[in-house]
Design a protein around this ligand. Structure first.
Ligand code: NAP
Length: 349
């Protein structure tokens, strides 16, 4: 297969760096363009980027010249890791110019004609692309978005339970890593020896997005799944990996073995199609009483699986459990790449 050429918007940021690393040896894709803000435009990527990964910067990308985040870009599709406000203008501009856009940004996630996709959970929602093109008058371009990083980890654990038993209500409390705020992110003086019980707009995203993700395609929109959702979000002093304490009630009775089995055996289309970035199992269940932990479990399955532990009965809801997801890999760069692989496999790009 001829490699698809990818342009990265926001290439110099934390998610952009992860994309540069993960796409360096990808069997289906190659990076042919990098773009960022005026601060970086015209510089070599290696010079403009405050590289923060433990791996060396890929030499091919290091020598590219950073361009502006506006079309045209020398690529077949665009992965955007721009801040929300900028993405709201740049992403539709690329789609209107004929580029498929896969976005990490929150700007367009909840627009009714924009698919919000976790490939294992709701791959069927890519069909919304046809409605989007028709409604917006775009011929080849479109925008498809990744969910919020905490929502991806959570919904990978909710989906198998929703499919088997139906969700009635979910309450989640997150402990989110500092890398979730990008670079340079949270000031060290604010986060050292501290927990910050507020992340702007995060609780709203975590309460809205799961319903759309677990919803069903209904013509030109997604009909949201019918369950109650409550979220509280905290920033904690962890480098990578969002930990989430989850309590939930189900519509039908399940035993602890049923819950455990539903989670640990669940696979979906990306596993059937053997997409290059798909983990063998999207949910990994740990039985030790003190797992998952960010430092120990965030890189399991290359950072592409949700790790679930501490499954047990709850005295107010039905069940409680602890969920961990790698926010920069499965929560952002890896999510976009898996969505790109899904779109290629379904012949949407
Ligand atoms: P970041 O480290 O702050 O990087 C932001 C990127 O956007 C940089 O490349 C920056 O370029 C570029 N940029 C900023 N202002 C711009 C402008 N006016 N015009 C063009 N480019 C501009 O942020 P990040 O963590 O990579 O996050 C990127 C996006 O992904 C955000 O929407 C975020 O919410 C989302 N996301 C992040 C995570 C995570 O774990 N970090 C997870 C899921 C989703 P310069 O270097 O030139 O300034």
């Amino acid at each position: 297969m001829k490699k698809r050429r990818i342009g990265i918007l926001g290439a110099t940021g934390l998610v952009g760096q992860r994309l540069a690393h993960m796409l360096a040896d990808h069997p289906w894709f190659e990076i042919t363009a990098v773009a960022a803000s005026d601060r970086s435009v015209g510089k070599r990527y290696g010079e403009a980027t405050p590289w923060r990964l433990q791996f060396p910067m890929p030499a091919t990308v290091a020598n590219m010249t950073v361009g502006p985040c506006e079309p045209p870009l020398d690529c077949d599709l665009v992965i955007s890791s721009l801040p929300g406000g900028i993405a709201a203008e740049a992403e539709p501009a690329f789609a209107a110019a004929g580029y498929p856009v896969i976005s990490n940004s929150s700007a367009l996630r909840m627009e009714s004609d924009v698919p919000l996709v976790i490939p294992e959970v709701n791959w069927r929602h890519v069909e919304l692309i046809d409605a989007q093109r028709r409604l917006r008058g775009w011929d080849r371009g479109f925008v498809l978005t990744n969910p919020n990083c905490s929502a991806i980890a959570l919904v990978l654990a909710l989906a198998p339970l929703h499919e088997r038993f139906g969700l009635e209500s979910v309450a989640v409390t997150t402990m989110q890593a500092i890398s979730g705020a990008g670079y340079p992110g949270v000031a060290s003086i604010d986060i050292t020896d501290n927990v910050v019980p507020y992340i702007e707009s995060e609780e709203e995203k975590l309460e809205e997005e799961p319903g759309k993700l677990l919803g069903t395609l209904a013509g030109d929109r997604i009909a949201s799944a019918d369950f109650r959702m409550s979220a509280q979000c905290n920033r904690v002093n962890v480098q990578d990996g969002h930990l989430e304490s989850v309590r939930l009630s189900l519509r039908s009775k399940a035993s602890i073995d049923d819950v455990r089995e539903a989670l640990s055996t669940w696979t979906s289309l990306p596993q059937e199609l053997r997409l290059p970035s798909a983990p063998e199992y999207p949910v990994i269940v740990r039985d030790e009483p003190n797992r998952p932990q960010p430092r120990l479990d965030r890189d399991v399955a290359g950072g592409m699986a949700t790790v679930v532990g501490r499954i047990g009965p709850d005295s107010i809801f039905d069940w409680k459990m602890t969920v961990l997801g790698n926010n920069v890999i499965r929560g952002a760069a890896g999510a976009a790449i898996l969505n790109a692989e899904l779109l290629v496999a379904l012949e949407k790009i």
